[in-house]
Write a protein that binds this ligand. Structure first.
Ligand SMILES: NC(=O)c1ccc[n+]([C@@H]2O[C@H](COP(=O)([O-])OP(=O)(O)OC[C@H]3O[C@@H](n4cnc5c(N)ncnc54)[C@H](OP(=O)(O)O)[C@@H]3O)[C@@H](O)[C@H]2O)c1
Length: 313
């Protein structure tokens, strides 16, 4: 199958491209800097120039059966000033709108669009379990996810099966939040972010890549899909388990007020949590290689290589 992956150069995108290639798919990555992406990649993918905010996709992309959209400026890399919030929004909402407009212009439409979103859709939700039928929460991230999903959903008017992939914290050793959390642990300064009781809903990158293959093949699934493992944990438990995997203590709690001073509104994303269930995919028969945290983290840090090979092993 010919598959377009927007944002395929990122942390999740590279793993997704790898599993698509291993499953014999023909992968075209849309990147704002294809020359640089080509120079840094050893994957058998083609790179096509796009800047969805200003101009259209450089090359004819007719003939793709699936679109996967993972593009977006990093959420937690900078303080959420009004300008930064606009960049976070535009790089998702406008980008998705342009991608759907490109689909509208195609003679033959793709069968499926898998569009990234986040469990931030549910707002702060620690004490109540959220599934795909739960309502949108409050706050900037919830609003961002709602607008992002709204744009992706427009592709349903073209007969496309749209999946709104509400991602939890994606665990990999080569990117995402976990790779940033590891540094203080390595210098014996790791510990939970206060209050410690907030729920962390997570998914191993290997399971996420397998889930994408499964979603491409499982025609009955559409709409919102929670991409999280079935066993969420508290932040305290997460950091204790991380410390164990890294053979380091988890003892130095990071106080919320300090995060607030350093990060402003962004700190709320770290000090509150979401207890989210993968209800839809579990019901439809997807099985996780890493349903629980300890083996998930051990696989990433204890020198047992993570393979992104088979689709439901
Ligand atoms: N990682 C997680 O735990 C997690 C959790 C929830 C949701 N998500 C969402 O899932 C998506 C993929 O996550 P990721 O961790 O793989 O992100 P990532 O590593 O930051 O990659 C995102 C990709 O988006 C493109 N991009 C960056 N800034 C952009 C901008 N201003 N406008 C348009 N495109 C831009 C980049 O591709 P080019 O430079 O090649 O154009 C980049 O490779 C993101 O939208 C993220 O918000 C991730």
């Amino acid at each position: 199958m010919k598959i377009i992956v927007a944002g395929g150069t990122g942390f999740i995108g590279q793993h997704v491209c790898q599993i698509l290639i291993e499953n014999q798919h023909d992968v075209i990555v849309l990147s704002r800097n294809p020359a640089q992406a080509r120079a840094h990649s050893n994957q058998k993918v083609s790179f096509v120039d796009w800047n969805a905010l200003t101009h259209e996709i450089e090359q004819n992309i007719e003939g793709a059966e699936a679109y996967i959209n993972l593009a977006g400026a990093p959420i937690a890399d900078a303080r959420w000033t009004p300008a930064r919030k606009q960049t976070l929004l535009d790089s998702r909402v406008v980008t998705t709108r342009r991608l759907v407009e490109a689909i509208e212009r195609l003679t033959v439409k793709p069968k499926i669009l898998i569009n990234a979103s986040g469990i931030g859709f549910y707002g702060a939700a620690d004490n109540v379990s959220m599934n795909e039928s739960s309502l949108q929460g409050q706050g900037f991230l919830a609003e961002l996810c709602q607008q992002w999903e709204h744009e992706a959903n427009q592709a349903t008017n073209q007969g496309v099966r749209v999946i709104l992939l509400r991602l939890g914290m994606v665990l990999g050793s080569d990117g995402g939040a976990l790779s940033k959390m590891v540094t203080p642990f390595k210098i014996f300064a790791g510990g939970p972010i206060a209050p410690g009781t907030q729920t962390v809903s997570w998914i191993h990158i290997h399971d996420l890549a397998r889930l994408i293959i499964w979603l491409l093949e499982t025609q009955t699934v559409l709409g919102p899909v929670n991409a999280v493992a079935p066993h969420s944990v508290t932040m305290q438990e997460f950091c204790k388990t991380l410390g164990k995997a890294l053979e380091r203590p988890s003892w130095l709690p990071v106080p919320g007020f300090m995060l607030n001073i350093l990060l402003g509104e962004l700190s709320g994303m770290l000090t509150t949590g979401q207890q989210v269930e993968p209800q839809k995919i579990t019901h439809e028969g997807f099985t996780f290689t890493y349903p629980t945290l300890e083996p998930a983290l051990s696989s990433l840090f204890q020198k047992t290589p993570t393979t992104v090979g088979s689709k439901n092993d």
